[in-house]
Each structure stands twice: as structure tokens, then as C-alpha cells.
Write a protein that binds this ligand. Structure first.
Ligand code: AMP
Length: 482
């Protein structure tokens, strides 16, 4: 199958040829015809498979057929929502290159940077908007963007959108855009919540599932090193030096951990920068571009910041700490082994992370090969006390959720009850958290989706009963005629 056979026009074919794409990837082969036929789509494709082109190419093809007579005719026809700034700018860059021979205007909108340049672009009129939810709603509130004529709506990495607690913002955006539209829902992993969400958003959608659910890329060799927590940083710098790695993306669980590790590596003469939600957008962009141009060897990132990082031929990804949400592992290692290239993903695992590893292996349905490094690694991991770990894991799942990273707007709760916060003799503050039930973002999303589904069902029932609804009137008069 060629791109031409998929029915894309010559201007798009020319642009993708310049990108060096010779043939469509499996997700593109399946999704492009469906989108061109104007169907809604629910697509699950593992990250790095070419999913961005799978939805942008047919959209550009359809939009380019609409005649743009004057400046005023550039109004927002397609809205693409992404969970992170990095992913938004990545998608925008792809659209810029695929549409270079088309008369279409694109705007990318996200927070953390000045709003005025975005307003100025919108004022001139744009056809396609790629946005993160928070800034988009800001601009809607300030009446700087009109979404009332959106015909195509794309939710990219919808699973992450739910994980990050964007359900409320998504709901508000969906309420603004027209009901009659084509909706494309893309998700790197395909959870049951996503399926549920799709029922409320999509109409007669076709489902495309290229990779098996929650599988990791076969192009990525995955290995694990068992190591003591304190030895991790030494092992990492050893691996980088011994392997002469020039471009390695390293994941930590916390922003503080990312800063500390980047600092350590720089002291070892391994050039590194950290990227996470506490860094300004300017610092994040600079770190990313230095990493892409290989001016620095290591980029240390937290999960959210790394979403959307697309580096052709990135050879190495290291999990300095395993993620406590197993799906994040799949996303992380998907940064390497992209578009048919091979990559290696290494995880430095200490006994505290024993259960994170078993959760991950359960999700990807395979055991990850354990590799020893003389002088650094342990022969095996000690299994921690189950009861203790279970509690810790459930706490961590809430505590370490990407709560205040990037665009997420949730706040961490602390207990200020004087009874609970006792100061001991050495002036140490022992903060005990209340036993109050904490609700994770994922659970919150789940219950909201159910509520939302019920609302939609109620609305449909009411519409069906309403005698003023012209469709019902037609039925009533037809019944009378009988
Ligand atoms: P994505 O899954 O959209 O993040 O894409 C991953 C990478 O694959 C990006 O660097 C794209 O430029 C690249 N890519 C997308 N489609 C193709 C294709 N048909 N052939 C080669 N590379 C591609």
C-alpha cells in the first residue's frame, strides 16, 4: 500500500515524500481511509507508530478541499486537543510540514508562554487549532477564539488526558463545539475508561487497534538492571561512559529527582539538563532543542514533560526509577524504537520498586530480561513485605500522580490539623496524613464519565419525549395518519 493509494492529494504526497516517508505505517493504512470517509474513529496505537500522521493527513486532505476565498474564511474548522505542551507543539510541527503546500493556517495554543502572540495569530484567522485544554479555555473565556464552527475534533492521547484530570476541561470544551462533527479519538494505550468515554463522544465509530492492548513496541529491546538505590546514579554514568551514549532520555519519578540527577551527571562531565513542570516553558524548549541537536547528552525528564518528545533515532531510554503507573512505562519506552528504528530501554530497579516491576510485566504480558553489570548490579531483588508495599503502592499512586506537573491543575492536599502535625523534641515536623479516603484523578474521571453518560442518556430521552421536537411531530402525524 502506498500513500497515493490511500487517496491523499498530490500536495500532501509531495510534503510527506520530503519527510522521507516511503510507505504508510499500519495505523496510517487503517485509519486514513476511515477518516477520509468521514467516520468517527476510536484508534489505539502504541506510541511511535506514526499515529499523528494517521489523523492529520486525512484531516488536511479534507480541509484542503474547502475553498478559502478570503481572509475571513479562515475560521477554526479543526480542533486538536493534546494533554501536554510538548505534544501540542510536536503535532503542530508535523502539521506545518505536511501542509506546507496547502493554503491552511494553523495555531498552536498552550500555557506557560505569553498569551498575546497566540491572540494575534487567532485574530488573523486559522483553520486548525492544536491546543492544551487550560489555555484554550482561557482564550474561549476572553472571546478570542470561536469554536462554534468546528467540524473536526481530535482527542490525542486521550488516556493521558484522563490521567491528568482534564475531564472537566474536556467536558467544557465539548459543550462549546458543535454536536455535528467528526470526532477522532486517539489513545496510546486503550483502557476501559477510554472505551467508555468513546461511547459518549463518538457516533457509529470505527475502531482501529493496531497493537495489542497495552503492549510495548517490539522495536524496543527492554532490559532490567537490579541495583541498590544508592548505586543507581553511579551505574547510570558508568553505562553512559562505557557505551559512549550521546543521546539518552532518562526518566525520574519526581521533579526534584530530575534536577538532582542532572546536577550529578554534569559534575561527572556528562552534559545533562532536566525537563519538568516546574521549569519555565522557555527552559523546557531550550533543554529539548539542545538535546535534539546533541549539544547535551542526557535529558532527565518526568513523565508528563516527556510526553510528545519525538526524536528521530533516539537510541536509549533509561528508567532511573520505574513509574508507579504501569501504563507510563509503555509511554516512556515508546520514546525510542520509533517509526521502525530500533531502541533500547533500560530500567534501574531497586527492591523498593519490586512491585512496580511486577505490575509492568503483568501489563506488557512478558518478563523483562535481567542483565548484570559487574561491580554495580545485584544478583536478585529482595521481595519487600507485601502488606507494607501494598499500602505504599496505593499511597504512591495518589501521591505521585502527575498532579501539579505541566498543565495539570490539581493541588496537593496537606493536613493542617494541629493534632495531627506534632512537633517533636528535635523540632522535626511529623506530618501525619488523615485517614480520609483520597480519590485519584483516574477514579474521579471514571465516575465523571459515568455521570456524563447518564446526563447524555437523559438528554436523549427528553428529546425523544419532547412534542416540540420536529422529529417527534413527524412520527405523531404519521401515527395519526394511520
Ligand atoms: P508518532 O507516533 O506520530 O509520534 O510518530 C513517530 C515518528 O514516526 C515521527 O518521527 C514521525 O515523523 C515518523 N513517521 C510517521 N509516519 C511515518 C512513515 N509513514 N514513515 C516513516 N516515518 C514516519
Amino acid at each position: 500500500m502506498t500513500f497515493k493509494e490511500l487517496g491523499l492529494n498530490k500536495d500532501i504526497l509531495k510534503a510527506i515524500d520530503e519527510q522521507g516517508y516511503t510507505k504508510p505505517t499500519p495505523i496510517q493504512e487503517q485509519a486514513i481511509p476511515i477518516v477520509l470517509e468521514k467516520h468517527d474513529i476510536l484508534a489505539a496505537a502504541q506510541t511511535g507508530t506514526g499515529k499523528t500522521a494517521a489523523f492529520t493527513l486525512p484531516l488536511l486532505n479534507t480541509l484542503s478541499k474547502k475553498k478559502i476565498v478570503s481572509k475571513e474564511k479562515h475560521y477554526v474548522k479543526a480542533l486538536i486537543l493534546t494533554p501536554t505542551r510538548e505534544l501540542a507543539s510536536q503535532v503542530a510541527q508535523n502539521i506545518e510540514s505536511y501542509s506546507k503546500y496547502l493554503n491552511l493556517k494553523t495555531a498552536v495554543i498552550f500555557g506557560g508562554v505569553g498569551i498575546n502572540p497566540q491572540k494575534a495569530i487567532l485574530r488573523k484567522g486559522v483553520d486548525i487549532v492544536i491546543a492544551t485544554p487550560g489555555r484554550l479555555l482561557d482564550l474561549v473565556g476572553q472571546k478570542c477564539i470561536d469554536l462554534s464552527r468546528v467540524e473536526y475534533f481530535v482527542l490525542d492521547e486521550a488516556d493521558r488526558m484522563l490521567d491528568m484530570g482534564f475531564i472537566h476541561d474536556m467536558k467544557r470544551i465539548i459543550a462549546i463545539i458543535p454536536k455535528h462533527r467528526q470526532t477522532l479519538l486517539f489513545s496510546a494505550t486503550f483502557s476501559d475508561e477510554i472505551k467508555k468515554l468513546s461511547h459518549s463522544l463518538l457516533n457509529n465509530a470505527k475502531t482501529v487497534e493496531v497493537a495489542k492492548r497495552n503492549t510495548s513496541s517490539t522495536q524496543v529491546s527492554q532490559i532490567v538492571h537490579y541495583v541498590n538505590k544508592d548505586t543507581k546514579k553511579h551505574l547510570l554514568s558508568h553505562l553512559i561512559n562505557e557505551g559512549n551514549w550521546n543521546q539518552v532520555l532518562v526518566f525520574t519519578r519526581t521533579k526534584h529527582g530530575a534536577n538532582k540527577l542532572a546536577e550529578y551527571l554534569n559534575k561527572q562531565n556528562i552534559t545533562a539538563a532536566a525537563i519538568h513542570g516546574n521549569k519555565s516553558q522557555g527552559a523546557r524548549t531550550k533543554a529539548l532543542s539542545n538535546f535534539k541537536s546533541k549539544d547535551i547528552r542526557v535529558l532527565v525528564a518526568t513523565d508528563i514533560a516527556a510526553r510528545g518528545i519525538d526524536i528521530a533515532l533516539l537510541p536509549h531510554v533509561v528508567n532511573f526509577e520505574l513509574p508507579n503507573v504501569p501504563e507510563d512505562y509503555v509511554h516512556r519506552i515508546g520514546r525510542t524504537g520509533r517509526a521502525g528504528n530500533e531502541g533500547v530501554a533500560m530500567s534501574l530497579v531497586c527492591s523498593d520498586e519490586y512491585f512496580f516491576l511486577t505490575d509492568i510485566e503483568k501489563l506488557i504480558n512478558k518478563s523483562i530480561e535481567v542483565v548484570a553489570v559487574d561491580g554495580f548490579t545485584l544478583p536478585k531483588l529482595a521481595k519487600p513485605n507485601i502488606q507494607k508495599k501494598t499500602n505504599e503502592r496505593s499511597n504512591n499512586r495518589v501521591k505521585n500522580k502527575p498532579s501539579n506537573d505541566s498543565n495539570s491543575r490539581s493541588r496537593s492536599r496537606t493536613n493542617s490539623s494541629p493534632e495531627k502535625n506534632k512537633i517533636d523534641g528535635k523540632n522535626k515536623v511529623n506530618i501525619k496524613f488523615p485517614d480520609k479516603k483520597r480519590v485519584s484523578k483516574k477514579d474521579e474521571s471514571k465516575s465523571l464519565i459515568t455521570k456524563w453518560e447518564n446526563e447524555i442518556k437523559k438528554q436523549k430521552d427528553n428529546e425523544a419525549k419532547n412534542p416540540r421536537n420536529p422529529r417527534n411531530r413527524r412520527i405523531t402525524s404519521a401515527a395519526k395518519a394511520k
